[in-house]
Design a protein around this ligand. Structure first.
Ligand SMILES: NC(=O)c1ccc[n+]([C@@H]2O[C@H](COP(=O)([O-])OP(=O)(O)OC[C@H]3O[C@@H](n4cnc5c(N)ncnc54)[C@H](OP(=O)(O)O)[C@@H]3O)[C@@H](O)[C@H]2O)c1
Length: 358
């Protein structure tokens, strides 16, 4: 089973190491390409990937590759995915799927036209407690869902001296925290509760200027160097072009209400779902158990019915290729999340509730 899907990775930065491990666990990782060949070489050496390609095109022209995994800056998701689909490959892409809804729509339409398999990274769907929550909500044990409230924040950018990487630039990243972190909670909201009909959002920049970036380090290494005080911090600064913090109010199509808050300046990861007969809450810290509370009772852990699964971010995508299925999350889910992001941006600009397009 493992050998029938041969993978080429495009992008060799921080998250690419996690991708390489996931691919190697479940498929055959054949080749890697990145913007700079040295990055691709270094990833290949570390993970024993047999072929290093000069660029994405060289990788896409290889006929010993069935599927491509994209782990680049957000700007490149759209052109690389379209090129990979045109080359006859299945495509797995990091979140957010694209820079905006029109790009995402084109990617999903092209994949459908070619009957290609697609996947979008949705690590949130792997947490055992959230899988259990998804099942309990689907079974309706707690009754109608009233509200979904989620925080997804990592404080790596709290220090104003953290440099101006591509994540702060619209051309390379699109939105800021909204597309980088909020997108996980948009995906969770759709997965756990249902489609989002309307959004009211505010996007805030708290640190408008940051020191220019003087090195080409990947995200994880930059964070390490910054944490350890080993980063050269120039006096020259540039503008932050996208949101540090986003907050969204949601109206779901099924009548539930919700909120999402995401930040790159603060730290919190939690999801809470309030239903007719009880409430559920989950924190990524601690023992990560799902907690439940009924009327006037204490929160108590919900028993996990089965041993936690050991799926990776690519399991579902490979499953869809091998069994010719289209289980979510596919590009369709990436598109749906992107449309909520677009609606949030429009809401921020107009100061009003905005319908999510379809
Ligand atoms: N970091 C995380 O914890 C994390 C978690 C989940 C998902 N993701 C997603 O994974 C993707 C990659 O993120 P990352 O954290 O791995 O980023 P990263 O460490 O900064 O790596 C960026 C990758 O994109 C390539 N790239 C192409 N054009 C670039 C440009 N103009 N500027 C900078 N890099 C460019 C880089 O090429 P070179 O190798 O040649 O530098 C590198 O391979 C994004 O979609 C992100 O949202 C990241």
């Amino acid at each position: 089973m493992k050998d029938i899907v041969r993978i080429g990775m495009i992008g060799a930065g921080h998250i690419a190491h996690a991708h390489a491990e996931a691919w190697q666990k479940e498929a055959t990782l054949t080749a890697v390409a990145s913007r700079r060949i040295e990055s691709a070489r270094s990833l290949a050496e570390r993970h024993g990937i047999p072929h290093v390609c000069r660029d994405a095109n060289e990788l896409l022209n290889r006929d010993d590759i069935d599927a491509v995994g994209i782990a680049t800056t957000h700007r490149l998701h759209h052109p690389i995915a379209l090129a990979a689909l045109a080359a006859g490959k299945s495509v797995f892409c990091e979140k957010p799927l694209a820079l905006d809804g029109s790009q995402a729509r084109e990617m999903w339409a092209d994949a459908r036209r070619r009957a290609a398999k697609t996947g979008v990274q949705s690590g949130i769907r792997l947490f055992p407690a959230l899988r259990l929550l998804s099942r309990l909500l689907r079974e309706g044990r707690a009754g109608k869902i009233h509200a979904f409230d989620a925080h997804w924040s990592f404080d790596w950018a709290r220090d104003p001296r953290f440099p101006l990487t591509w994540r702060f630039k619209r051309a390379e990243a699109g939105t800021g925290t909204l597309g980088d972190l909020g997108v996980y909670m948009i995906d969770a909201a759709r997965w756990l509760v249902g489609e989002i009909g309307q959004v009211n959002a505010e996007l805030a920049v708290y640190i408008p200027r940051r020191p220019l970036l003087t090195s080409g380090e990947h995200f994880g290494e930059l964070r390490r160097l910054h944490r350890e005080g080993e980063l050269d911090i120039p006096l020259e600064t540039g503008w932050v072009e996208n949101d540090d913090v986003c907050q969204l109010l949601l109206r779901f199509e099924n009548g539930a209400r919700g909120s999402i808050r995401a930040s790159r300046l603060h730290q919190e990861h939690s999801i809470r779902v309030d239903c007719e007969r009880s409430s559920y809450r989950w924190h990524m810290t601690g023992d990560r158990r799902l907690m439940e509370r009924s009327t006037e009772a204490e929160y108590t852990p919900v028993e996990m019915p089965e041993p936690p699964c050991d799926d990776t971010i690519v399991t579902n995508f490979l499953h869809n290729i091998r069994r010719d299925e289209d289980e979510p999350p596919t590009f369709r889910d990436g598109l749906a999340a992107q449309l909520v992001i677009d609606a949030a941006v429009r809401s921020h600009e107009t100061g009003s509730w905005v319908d999510v397009g379809c």
